[in-house]
Design a protein around this ligand. Structure first.
Ligand SMILES: C[S@@+](CC[C@H](N)C(=O)[O-])C[C@H]1O[C@@H](n2cnc3c(N)ncnc32)[C@H](O)[C@@H]1O
Length: 271
């Protein structure tokens, strides 16, 4: 399976999966995700032939994934009856890493072509189902139980939606469930606008479609939605501790520039 068989935005799963696979080969991995290596090898058997070690982008992707995992584990520990919606899941093995109790029903959602790859490269898990659909076609909501608390996780997805698609998604989920947590990462307006020159996104013929100066303000989209907090990203102690000196300097410099600072933010909401 080569890149050519993934189309447009679907290809963006590749660098993040590769980062998680390479992390697993470090003496002290951050995620320690063996299934990332298995899935990456399935996607591209030669993925590690050229460079070895996590890149700057790779380290940030791994730190971001860990932040989402930690929040998800905490929510599911308090809500063992929850329904988890893992949107834009790509080939990420999050349900295996988070290991929710058997009382949680977990749904991995991505385009049908990606779900087919998941079924080929990742092992099945009890109480974990897949949905092949665009996240913007909200008919998928009819396929999940909606009388329980929900955990919505969207890692690396939101910037590829337009603001109106995101608004429809969030407000529909709040309307559909009695309570829940919504966690996702978003980019700054600067990162959104400059994404058209991002070499990785250009290669994949895609770009970001939204970005926010103040993601907390998204809580205004629905009266029941409340912003909770944000976890550090470009200023994450883990990122700064594990980055090589030159990358650490780059992040410190970026963090001094308004607009560039916090170019990616991981935020959580409750309702
Ligand atoms: C950057 S990748 C992140 C994958 C995974 N969440 C991870 O962190 O490893 C973005 C993912 O979002 C998916 N995606 C983008 N737009 C989507 C949409 N409208 N509906 C469903 N999936 C979408 C892509 O197919 C891809 O798998």
């Amino acid at each position: 399976m080569k890149d050519a068989e993934l189309v447009g935005v679907q290809q963006t799963l590749r660098p993040v999966l590769r980062a998680k696979a390479l992390d697993n080969r470090l003496p002290e991995p951050i995620l320690g995700d063996e299934l990332a290596e298995r899935a990456m090898r399935g996607l591209d058997p030669d993925y590690d032939r050229r460079a070895f070690g996590t890149s700057q982008l790779g380290l940030a992707a791994v730190v971001r994934a860990k932040a989402h995992d930690d929040w998800a584990r905490a929510f599911l520990a308090d809500h063992p009856d929850a329904v988890a919606l893992h949107l834009g899941c790509g080939l990420d093995a999050r349900p295996h890493r988070v290991d929710p109790p058997a009382t949680v029903d977990w749904y991995d959602l991505d385009y049908p072509a990606i779900i087919e790859l998941r079924q080929r490269f990742l092992p099945p898990r009890e109480h974990c189902a897949t949905i092949g659909s665009s996240v913007t076609d909200l008919a998928w909501l009819d396929r999940v139980p909606r009388d329980r608390p929900v955990l919505l996780i969207a890692e690396g997805l939101v910037p590829y939606l337009t603001e109106s698609e995101l608004r429809r998604l969030l407000t529909s989920v709040v309307e559909a469930f009695p309570s829940g947590q919504i966690q996702f990462d978003t980019v700054s307006v600067w990162a959104w606008h400059s994404s058209r020159w991002n070499p990785v996104l250009r290669k994949y013929k895609t770009q970001f479609h939204c970005g926010f100066t103040d993601p907390a303000a998204l809580a205004e989209w629905h009266p029941r939605l409340a912003y909770v907090d944000e976890t550090p990203m470009t200023d994450s102690p883990l990122l700064l501790a594990r980055a090589p000196a030159n990358v650490r300097r780059l992040y410190r410099f970026m963090n001094l520039l308004p607009g560039v600072k916090r170019s990616t933010r991981i935020v959580r909401f409750r309702f």
